[in-house]
Design a protein around this ligand. Structure first.
Ligand code: T5A
Length: 221
């Protein structure tokens, strides 16, 4: 996935921008749909900054490299969790909050729901600890909208495998890990039905993108 953080050449708005996150398991189509959402917002004359987690700043991208490196020394679950939130703290302070407060919208490929899914679900870590870190690092910041792309794990992994490139540290986990990730995402969606909108990812790209446009549309008014 190519990392890019960019703002459109639009007039700044007086209001605070909206924060949209895109979530889902491996190969569900997050990276594929980011440019579509960006263009959809541009079409509606909305200045948008596109970013990702872990990552989004120079330091956070270095943390990402450490976390995804399949050949690194074994990383403890606690270290993994804390590195995710360390990267997030940098990202929020240096990129997300400044953009939102200047009236830009922020579109982020994964955010804290991924921590609930991968560290909470996949690694079976304590959800209360994740909540505590979420409050510590984010304060009141939560996405205005989270688009959760969902499909059966094996189908998503088959899609992901078709892509070129090395398998990262997470992608080398067992299928049972990704089943737990998926279930944790679905529980998050049940817990926050107003914020998290579930979209079936195993439909044609056009159908997925129509569904995405439908869930973004109410934010535009
Ligand atoms: N992580 C992250 C944590 O553990 N905790 C955290 O808190 C955070 C923030 C990051 C890793 O870090 C972990 C989770 C991740 O393992 P990543 O690169 O952000 O890694 O995430 P990946 O899941 O690895 O991203 P992928 O690139 O694998 O999946 P995508 O982006 O969902 O899938 P995409 O868009 O590349 O699509 C896969 C293939 O499917 C095709 C595409 O063309 C592509 O070939 N495709 C479709 N084909 C048919 N029909 C459709 N509708 C299609 N949509 C896409």
């Amino acid at each position: 996935m190519t990392f890019f953080t960019q703002t459109g050449s639009f007039r700044r708005r007086e209001d605070r921008g909206k924060f949209i996150t895109l979530e889902g398991g491996e190969g569900v189509g997050k990276t594929t749909n980011m440019p579509f959402i960006q263009e959809y917002l541009h079409y509606h004359n909305i200045p948008v900054m596109v970013t990702r987690e872990p990552g989004g700043t120079k330091l956070a991208e270095k943390i990402r490299d450490l976390l995804l490196d399949a050949e690194s020394e074994s990383i403890s679950e606690q270290a993994e969790l804390l590195l995710m939130f360390a990267a997030r703290a940098q990202h929020i302070g240096n990129v997300i909050e400044p953009a939102l407060s200047q009236g830009n919208w922020v579109l982020c490929d994964r955010f804290t729901d991924a921590t609930y899914a991968y560290q909470g679900g996949g690694r079976n870590m304590d959800m209360g600890t994740i909540e505590w870190l979420e409050d510590l690092v984010q304060g009141p910041l939560r996405p205005d909208l989270t688009i959760l792309l969902d499909m059966p794990v094996e189908a998503g992994m088959a899609r992901a495998k078709k892509r070129e490139g090395k398998v990262d540290r997470f992608e080398s986990e067992k299928i049972s890990f990704f089943e737990r990730v998926r279930q944790a995402y679905l529980r998050q969606a049940e817990r926050y039905p107003e914020r998290i909108k579930l979209i079936k990812a195993n439909q044609s790209l056009t159908e997925v993108q129509n569904a995405i446009a439908n869930v973004i549309q109410p934010l535009l008014t």
